[in-house]
Write a protein that binds this ligand. Structure first.
Ligand code: S3P
Length: 163
């Protein structure tokens, strides 16, 4: 199992898919699994249940995925900021890769996406700053993505994780 964490726009889905293809394992994205299981889009879940409700749901889904068969698993950008999910990662004994992106690159990639409700927060720069330490604290490996292609980031992950 390889878990990818990092801010929105870090490339978790693109890079994770490349790594999974190389390893011949499934690629899973916690947001997609949440949407499939609930039959609702992420922004609708935020509207109905608020961020706390979304985080609890995300926690349950991530717990189930971590206990499942080997995969490359991309987590939503806020998953590691939820203490219970962070504890799961700490005890999972798996490679956790922090895909690091600068704030302006992240906004260039995903800014204005209405499917990502956190981007509408006026304090999004503070959220970004606070999360950097959180991602580092759960990561067993940090891979930079600014100015690099998804293939380069994927190659780093393949070279530097245990698999
Ligand atoms: C979020 C990131 C999103 C998604 C939700 C909340 C966040 O995932 O889980 O919109 O809090 O940063 P991506 O990082 O895959 O965009």
């Amino acid at each position: 199992m390889i878990v990818l964490v990092g801010f929105m726009g870090a490339g978790k889905t693109t890079v994770g898919q490349l790594v999974a293809d190389k390893l011949g394992v499934r690629f899973l994205d916690s947001d997609h699994v949440i949407e499939e299981r609930t039959g609702r889009r992420i922004p609708d879940i935020f509207t109905a249940a608020g961020e706390p409700g979304f985080r609890e749901l995300e926690h349950q889904v991530v717990a189930g995925l971590l206990a499942g068969s080997p995969a490359v698993l991309a987590l939503g950008g806020g998953a590691a900021a939820y203490p219970a999910t962070r504890s799961l990662l700490a005890s999972a004994g798996t490679d956790v890769v922090f895909l690091r992106v600068g704030f302006s690159s992240a906004l260039d990639r995903v800014g204005g996406d209405t499917g990502r409700p956190m981007l509408a927060r006026p304090d999004i720069a503070d959220v970004f700053a606070a999360r950097q330490e959180i991602y580092s604290s759960v990561a067993t490996l940090t891979v930079d993505t600014d100015g690099r292609s998804p293939e380069e980031a994927a190659a780093d992950i393949l070279a530097l994780t245990r698999q």
